[in-house]
Design a protein around this ligand. Structure first.
Ligand code: ZN
Length: 84
């Protein structure tokens, strides 16, 4: 049973088979406009939006700020992730 506590760190073992490699550290994330890149920090927590089974991925952008995009709102593109 996974508690849905905000900010909880979830690892691959807990997430199970529906998990994808987004929470690996250092994976490139490309912004919606394609003009900015970030890297995953390895942190994540389960999305709290009602009915959403996505994972919020901690991403640090080139300018240093952090966001937590939902994996359901991203698409895999080669070895990186693109925010939709
Ligand atoms: Zn979500």
């Amino acid at each position: 049973m996974v508690r849905k506590t905000f900010g909880q760190v979830i690892n691959d073992d807990v997430l199970g088979p529906y998990f994808n490699p987004t929470t690996k550290k250092g994976v490139t994330v490309v912004s919606r406009e394609g003009d900015m890149k970030g890297k995953t920090t390895g942190g994540c927590y389960r999305c709290r939006m009602e009915g959403c089974t996505g994972i919020r991925i901690a991403t640090r952008w080139e300018d240093g700020h952090m966001t937590y995009p939902c994996s359901k709102g991203m698409r895999r593109h080669m070895k990186s992730w693109r925010i939709l």
